[in-house]
Design a protein. Structure first.
Length: 340
C-alpha cells in the first residue's frame, strides 16, 4: 500500500528547504486546507441548497456575483483572519486590501486569492477552483503595513497554488521546491499526496483559448493561433483545441498533459484593454506554478513574474504552459515588434 502523506506532513518534511518557513507557514496552509474542505462541501451539494445563481450584486470588476462566489469569499476571509499568521489579505471580490480585524493576532504573511475561479460554470456543474498566492511582508514587523507589501512582483511569492473542485478535489501548490498535488480522500477527510513533483511536458499538443474573440485580437495573437492550428509547427500536426473557460481547470489539464493556455489582450471592452485575467490573484500564482513545474508564463513579451504590480486589480494578458509552446509565443511577438 502506498505511503499516505498529508499536506501538513509534507510541509514539515520539506520545511528546511522553504526559505523563511516557520510553524506560522504550516498553520497558514492548514487554514487554506480547512477553507477548501468547507467550500468543497458546499460545491458538492450546490444543486440541493440555495447557493446557485446570482446574488444580485456586482463585484469590484463589474461582474455579477454568484452566491457560491460570495460564500467562498466569506469563508476564506473568516478563516484566514483567524489564522494568526497574516497581516493582510486581498481578494478578487473586494476592492481594497483586507486588514486583519482589530483584536485578532497578526503575523508576517499576506494571502491574495480568487475565492472561486470559473464561477460562471457553477450552475452547469463544470470544474471550478480556488487560487491563492502567499507573500511575506517586507516592511518591519509592528510597523504600519505598506501598499508595497501587498503589491509585490510575483517573483517574491513564497507559495502559490489552487484547489480544483471536480470529479475529485485536488490541492496543487508550490513553495518554491517543485509542484505537488494532493487529492482529497473523502473517507478520511484529508488531502493526500497523489502527484509528487509534477513536471509539465516541454512541448504540448493542446491549445486553450476562447476563439470566439479572434476578431478582437492583435495580429501577433492571431498568428500564434494559426501556428498551433496548422501542420507547420514543431509537432508537424495541428494541436487539439480544448477550452473549458475556467482557468484552474484549463491550466490543470495542460499541467498534466502539456499544452498552452492563452488569454490575450483584446479590444472588446475599452475598460479591459489588457484582457480579463488579474495579475495578482490569477496570473502570478499560476505563473509561479508553471515555472516550478518546468513551464513558462508570459504576457506575450515579458515574463509574468517580473511584471511590476501597480494596483491590486491590475489585468494582464497571459500565455502559460509548456516551455517550448510559450517560447514560440514570445518569438512571434518579437518578430512583429521587429517589423514595426
Amino acid at each position: 500500500m502506498p505511503q499516505q502523506v498529508t499536506v501538513t506532513e509534507h510541509l514539515l518534511l520539506h520545511q528546511k528547504r522553504i526559505p523563511g518557513a516557520t510553524g506560522q507557514f504550516t498553520r497558514l496552509f492548514n487554514e487554506i486546507v480547512l477553507s477548501a474542505k468547507i467550500i468543497n462541501r458546499e460545491v458538492n451539494k450546490a444543486g440541493l441548497v440555495d447557493v446557485l445563481g446570482f446574488t444580485g450584486k456586482t463585484n469590484v470588476q463589474g461582474e455579477e456575483v454568484k452566491k457560491l462566489d460570495e460564500y467562498a469569499n466569506r469563508i476564506l476571509i473568516h478563516r484566514m483572519a483567524r489564522s494568526g499568521v497574516l497581516c493582510a489579505m486581498a481578494s478578487e471580490e473586494n476592492a481594497d486590501i483586507i486588514e486583519v480585524p482589530h483584536g485578532l493576532p497578526v503575523g508576517d504573511y499576506i494571502c491574495i486569492f480568487d475565492p472561486l475561479d470559473g464561477s460562471s460554470n457553477i450552475d452547469v456543474n463544470v470544474n471550478i477552483g480556488t487560487i491563492f498566492s502567499i507573500f511575506k511582508r517586507e516592511s518591519p514587523e509592528g510597523s504600519h503595513l505598506l501598499s508595497s507589501d501587498v503589491l509585490q512582483p510575483g517573483l517574491r511569492q513564497v507559495a502559490a497554488g489552487y484547489v480544483l473542485y471536480g470529479t475529485s478535489t485536488m490541492l496543487v501548490f508550490t513553495t518554491g521546491d517543485g509542484v505537488h498535488g494532493f487529492t482529497m480522500d473523502p473517507g478520511v477527510g484529508e488531502f493526500l499526496l497523489s502527484h509528487p513533483n509534477i513536471r509539465i511536458p516541454e512541448r504540448g499538443r493542446i491549445y486553450s483559448v476562447n476563439e470566439g474573440y479572434y476578431s478582437y485580437w492583435d495580429e501577433p495573437t492571431k498568428a500564434i493561433l494559426e501556428y498551433f492550428k496548422s501542420s507547420d509547427n514543431n509537432n508537424r500536426k495541428p494541436y487539439s483545441g480544448r477550452y473549458i473557460g475556467s482557468l484552474v481547470a484549463d491550466f490543470h489539464r495542460n499541467l498534466i498533459y502539456g499544452g498552452i493556455f492563452m488569454y490575450p489582450a483584446d479590444n472588446r471592452d475599452p475598460k479591459k484593454p489588457q484582457g480579463k485575467l488579474r495579475l495578482t490573484c490569477e496570473a502570478n500564482p499560476m505563473a509561479f506554478l508553471a515555472e516550478q513545474a518546468g513551464g513558462m508564463a508570459v504576457d506575450g513579451r515579458n515574463r509574468i513574474l517580473e511584471l511590476e504590480v501597480e494596483h491590486l486589480h491590475q489585468r494582464t494578458p497571459l500565455f502559460i504552459g509548456s516551455r517550448e509552446d510559450v517560447l514560440k509565443v514570445r518569438e512571434v511577438y518579437r518578430e512583429f515588434d521587429a517589423k514595426g
